[in-house]
Design a protein around this ligand. Structure first.
Ligand code: DGL
Length: 266
């Protein structure tokens, strides 16, 4: 039986979920954190749902062995493919997934045109189709898959000419169609917000879901009596399925400080 001092297990296909981990750290600084980057298998966006489900099962199993009291799928693509199965496999365990912020974007748009930048896997999923049916009846939603972008961000290229050229090619047509609200539907993308801000007019809103995930996690933990309210800053521990030095090299850029990265054995 988990207790409030147990860690929260967070995972993504790679380092993108660090954008969500940062929001969790800001909102819940007393929580110990475990983070798995499945960088040996990034990007998930071009993989089959079956493959992603298998990775979700394996990583969730590892995080639970490490004593996690809750799981966060800090990945839209993994949530679309795997969160339902994880909830079936682990009834009673607080599990938070995430999906593109269609509902807040539909509320925020003035032009009535919303763009969604996300992975091919997320945009093709039944979960995303259901999200549009539910919340986007009154607005036009233009979806834009971004193959190759996750790899640029994994390489730490947040502002270089290759990343800029990719983004320009996707964003320009969206703006031409009247889009005034852009959903960042992949957890890697908040890291390129400064670059995106240079490519869109200031009136265009960029919406992501990290802060909402941290709020939802807090609610679930509170409901289960699992919030760690000690007030002490708890540690974050990092694991990667790729050679750990890769993630260790990029942590100062994306997490703001260096840390040890251990191999993830699954
Ligand atoms: N960061 C992930 C997401 O939120 C997946 C990126 C990928 O591996 O393709 O969708």
């Amino acid at each position: 039986m988990a207790d409030a001092t147990a860690p929260i297990g967070v995972f993504d296909s790679g380092v993108g979920g660090l954008s969500v981990l940062g929001e969790i750290r800001r909102r819940l600084p007393g929580e110990a954190l475990l983070y798995v980057a499945d960088s040996a298998h990034v990007p998930y966006g071009e993989k089959t749902p079956e493959f992603i489900r298998e990775r979700c099962r394996a990583i969730a199993g590892f995080l639970l062995e490490q004593g996690a009291k809750a799981l966060v799928l800090a990945c839209n693509t993994a949530t679309a493919a795997g969160v339902a199965e994880l909830r079936e496999l682990h009834p009673g365990l607080p599990i938070v997934g995430m999906e593109p912020a269609v509902k807040p974007a539909a509320r925020a748009t003035r032009s009535g045109v919303v763009g969604v930048l996300a992975t091919t896997g997320t945009l093709k999923s039944a979960r995303f189709a259901a999200l549009l049916d539910r919340f986007a009846c009154d607005v036009q939603v233009i979806t834009q898959p971004c193959p190759g972008l996750v790899e640029r961000i994994e390489a730490g290229d947040l502002h270089g000419p290759q990343t800029r050229a990719l983004l320009e090619g996707w964003v320009r047509p969206l703006l031409a169609q009247g889009c005034d609200t852009l959903i960042l539907g992949c957890t890697h993308y908040p890291f390129i917000k400064p670059l995106l801000g240079e490519l869109v007019p200031p009136a265009v809103q960029l919406i992501d879901t990290g802060a909402a995930v941290a709020r939802r996690l807090e609610q679930l933990l509170a409901a289960e009596g699992l919030l760690n309210e000690s007030g002490n800053m708890a540690p974050a521990r990092f694991f990667s399925s790729a050679p750990p030095q890769q993630m260790a090299a990029i942590l100062p850029l994306l997490w703001g400080e260096a840390a040890e990265v251990r191999p993830c054995p699954v």
